[in-house]
Design a protein around this ligand. Sequence first.
Ligand code: MN
Length: 453
Amino acid sequence: MKATTNETHDPALQSWVKSANAAGSDFPIQNLPYGVFRRRGSHENWRSGVAIGDQIVDLAAAAKSARSAFPHEASDALQAAAGHTLNEFMGLGHAAWSALRLALSRGLRAGSSAEALLKHCLVPQTEAEHSVPARIGDYTDFYTSIHHATHIGSLFRPDNPLMPNYKWIPIGYHGRSSSVIVSGHDFKRPVGQVKPQGADAPVVRASQRMDIELELGVFVGAGNALGEPIAMAQAEDHVFGFVLLNDWSARDIQPWEYQPLGPFLAKNFATTISPWIVTTEALAPYRAAPPERPAGDPAPLAYLDSPENGTHGAIDMQLEILLQTPKMKEANQRAARICLTNYQYAYWTFAQLVAHHTVNGCNLRPGDLFGTGTLSGPNPDQAAALIEITHGGKQPITLPNGETRTFLEDGDSVILRGWCEKAGHPRIGLGECRGTVLPARAIQRDQDDRATD
Ligand code: MN
């Protein structure tokens, strides 16, 4: 486990990039998250960058003109990180990640001799657009919140809410990577096969129960060879970092299709992630013990257990969902918070996800993505999906302007935010993960209504 802090976490550090020192910035010098960007509207090459305050350090520019500011190992890592995705850098492993983080931290500190070189590599974040930061070979979505699993299970299966395997296995399914999109890219409401209550046969229509799932995305760094499991003791070394993830879900498509093989078209039309990957190393000061398992719950099996996991396998990270309707946008009203939860409540830690995913020898590759599953906490205001918040669509929520919602309507925007704060340490944030539901495409008549011809 690599949950130890070092000089890059020193709360006293200040940057010569002044905006990084402002209280409330998501990106102080202690954070240094990685993303892929170019100037908005340009045809420039996509390249990697590091967020600092309201600026981006262009790593491709730094690799060209500022390599002398980076010691040998960091210089090699910089070269690997300078490409149009982060996969090569992710594959180098934690020693290389740590070397580049240290060099960037030293170079961006107030008084650094590298300021003159690095200041020419800055691009304002307001001028940037982002792409998905890695080529995602495989995407796996888990189900790590027992509060979510119990609540949603009681809606889908009132007599059998929590399956008997839940407390033994980190439940997951193989998702789809091709439809993972970056914050700000909107998507059309999905069309699909739905079986209305009481109907004899299904119909094809636009989903009427469009939902959100507040999750974290976990980016795998160095992979493992096929056939060689990753043990708990090494699991965190394979995790590059974290993004916010919205697993948009069509709750009327889901119940008709999900048995017996799990979620399919209800989930794979869009998954939005935030652009900046906050590294596992940056999160070291905010590590926490996972919740104690209630009396009677089984202890994790040996391959899912380690002493470190029990003491600081979790992360104390606040997470929120904000909703902004078209009427709120027209009236210039701010997005309204509909959930505030914490990653710390998860039943399974991210190290356990890595150990479980590979116990059979399945190989992970740099840039693979895990979703944690909806991160609902134990209290009602910590429910992290509309299906939970509205009790299956039966109890609408009322927004500050008086509008109500059960599920999302066309034009609704959802913003996820996340941050860590702890006494004696600066606040670091994940930025935001934003998406807007656009109207569904028109359904072709021959698909919808063959019988009338
Ligand atoms: Mn999910």
